[in-house]
Design a binder for this molecule. Structure first.
Ligand code: WT7
Length: 637
């Protein structure tokens, strides 16, 4: 059994052991899983190249550990509870035995369609059980899944399919989201037409009786091929360091990069963190509201919980449908014990109905989590008073797509909680704060750039097809350390508070948006000369997107121009990247070397213009007053 820490003393002991002898600590955790062959070396640690390997030489299949292992001991325990979009629809329940047989059928179907070990399979799916089944089916046969959030545009989808030369796309016909039915396959069709020549097949799950365009050379219905398969499929024996999945995420520059996670380390770390952070006990029902298109969905809807033999709830819908009580109704209905969501959802629900949770029985909740962005004090206290109500503990979990699992978090009833603090590192995690020069800030009560100085098992291994980019983004900034891109404070007791990104990444409703990506999209408009995008505080989304746009000509129809820009961004990236504010400018503030002064733009967008610093060295200092005036007009309108 994976170690489950139960007291502060046990935490301190585990932490100390994990730092004194990381290899012994993680070997102990790894040995609780089923391996076809044991590793010969626990860790190869190279943070320079970088080249990190865990459980080297080990052979296994992660689905044997997620499924077969539990089928042996508790075949009839629920693995997945699926709560559909509509309140009146019946939930679907899959036991471990049923899930294994569904996964095997899907795996056999993939094989029949010519998929084999190492092939990349792109997913563009809503939150239905088939997404979990198909991801596990890939892992069963050694294919690499690359899940793309179904809110991204055809353009973004095409970029991701091409970057990983995916052999196949798995999608549904439509997506039920709240009151809407959104076309899914249509977007896939559009993406494939954008030069995705690697795609040989599109597997389509039917979730409505609406018509879709059909291309018989490419498209296959799920029910035509999966349902008739045998429900036994021998798992492919994988190397510990074989790729498990690719997941794209935005950075400060360029296009999104494909973060690569491998089988062995990811398995050990997600299971360990799931059991400890959520203190999952046999018989509990756990619910994470994330979408499977993000890392939270991979690690803490699917892999972590299933590895731990948990019952994991998947929700198809949205928090506000049919009303702001939906989350609490689901918690009550399924007697949820651990609940994990994002600050943006907490703030939205808080705004929609301060007292709403009071109408529901939430007494089964033991742990309630937050992830994705800093949680503000007001939201933290509301979550504590209205949802936790003295029964549950809040865990503010900090981590990233690249880290694979939670790194810094309170442990419920084990370490203390302090509003807005992710608090202490988990065993095996060695955070450091450094200044701009990479000098470590020792002691407490300091603030700096957050780095991690020793590998943990689920650290990213590379960025797909571009190892240099992985190195320059994460390992080159501070030699011998992994750089997170976040700023953080360490308080007088050594607790961490994450402040937010220090790079050009905006965190909108917990989604990472690269400012450069949005600018590239805006600049595609023929009427735009240049643009600069920054984040600004937003009551619900955490950060909103603020775009400064310089046009070629005087703008006649501003509303029309604005709409065209929003449409272009929606088309290029997706609706989540649409600017909340567009300010048309005569000029952008530039340094003498022609660089846009983002610091000034950020301050103006934040409405904090009292101290703009020295603007006299700008190439065009007069731009600042123009910008301030323009911003005032927007805020006052
Ligand atoms: C970025 C990573 C990890 C899954 C969801 C997001 C921010 C994440 C917290 C937190 C403050 C947080 C960071 C991080 N972030 N969790 N508890 N407190 N900030 O994954 O899309 O890779 O984004 O989200 O800025 O770098 P992601």
């Amino acid at each position: 059994m994976t170690l489950q820490i139960k007291s502060f003393d046990e935490y301190k002991d585990a932490y100390r052991r994990s730092v004194d002898d990381p290899e012994a600590f993680w070997a102990e955790q790894a040995s609780t899983f089923e391996w076809r062959e044991k590793w010969h070396t626990v860790l190869e640690n190279d943070f320079i190249t970088p080249d990190v390997k865990w459980f080297v030489g080990g052979k296994l299949n992660i689905t044997e550990n997620c499924l077969d292992r539990h089928v042996k001991t508790k075949p009839d325990q629920l693995a997945i509870i699926w709560e559909p979009n509509e309140v009146f629809q019946k939930p679907l329940r899959l036991t471990y035995k049923q899930l294994l047989s569904e996964v095997n059928k899907c795996a056999n179907a993939l094989k029949e369609m010519g998929v084999s070990k190492g092939d990349r399979i792109c997913f563009y799916m809503p939150m239905i059980p088939q997404v979990a089944i198909a991801m596990l089916a890939c892992a069963r046969i050694g294919a690499i899944h690359s899940v793309v959030f179904a809110g991204f545009s055809a353009n973004s989808l095409a970029d991701r399919i091409k970057d990983a030369s995916c052999k196949m796309v798995i999608c549904s016909d439509f997506n039920h989201r709240g009151p809407k039915t959104i076309p899914v396959k249509e977007v896939v069709d559009e993406a494939i037409k954008m030069g995705c020549d690697s795609v040989e097949k599109v597997l389509v799950f039917q979730s409505t009786n609406k018509n879709v365009e059909w291309n018989p050379d490419l498209d296959i219905w799920w029910h035509d091929i999966v349902d008739r398969q045998d429900d036994v499929c021998e798992p492919e024996v994988m190397d510990s360091e074989d790729m498990l999945f690719i997941l794209y995420t935005s950075g400060s520059t360029g296009k999104p990069k494909g973060v690569v996670h491998t089988v062995g380390g990811y398995m050990v770390y997600t299971c360990f963190t799931f059991k400890n952070v959520f203190q999952y006990e046999e018989g509990d029902t756990y619910w994470c509201t994330a979408d499977v298109g993000w890392i939270t969905g991979h690690s803490y809807i699917l892999y972590g919980p299933l590895l731990a033999g948990a019952t994991t709830l998947m929700f198809e819908g949205v928090p506000g449908h049919p009303d702001a009580g939906r989350f609490w109704r689901v918690c009550e209905k399924h007697r949820v014990n651990q609940f994990y969501t994002a600050p943006t959802a907490i703030r939205a629900l808080m705004a929609a109905g301060w007292h709403e949770p009071e109408h529901y029985d939430l007494s089964e909740l033991k742990v309630i989590g937050s992830v994705g962005e800093p949680i503000n004090e007001e939201a933290w206290h509301w979550y504590d008073e209205k949802v936790a109500r003295g029964n549950a503990k809040i865990v503010d979990t900090w981590w990233q797509t690249e880290t694979g699992g939670i790194l810094i978090t309170p442990l419920p009833n084990i370490t203390d909680t302090k509003p807005c603090f992710a608090s202490y590192p988990l065993p095996g995690v060695q955070p450091v704060l450094v200044d701009q020069n990479g000098t470590e800030l020792v002691g407490n009560n300091v603030e700096g750039l957050l780095c991690i100085k020793f590998p943990w098992p689920s650290i990213l291994r590379t960025t797909y097809g571009d190892h240099e980019r992985c190195k320059s983004t994460y390992f080159a900034p501070f030699k011998g350390m992994y750089f997170t891109g976040d700023g953080a404070k360490r308080d007088e007791d050594g607790r961490y508070r994450i402040i937010g990104r220090v790079d050009d990444v905006i965190n909108v409703s917990g989604h990472r948006i690269g400012t450069a990506e949005v600018e590239d999209a805006i600049n595609q408009h023929s009427g735009v000369v240049e643009s600069a995008v920054v984040g600004y505080p937003h009551d619900i989304k955490g950060q909103g997107i603020y775009a400064y746009v310089k046009a070629h000509h005087e703008i006649v129809e501003e509303a029309h121009f604005r709409k065209e820009i929003l449409d272009i961004v929606t088309k290029a990236i997706g609706p989540i990247a649409k600017p909340d504010v567009i300010q048309f400018v005569i000029q952008l503030p530039k340094t003498r070397s022609g660089k846009i002064m983002r610091r000034i733009l950020r301050k103006i967008a934040e409405r904090d213009t009292s101290n703009l610093g020295d603007t006299s060295t700008l190439l065009n200092p007069e731009s600042v007053d123009e910008l301030k005036e323009g911003a005032e007009k927007i805020f006052n309108s």
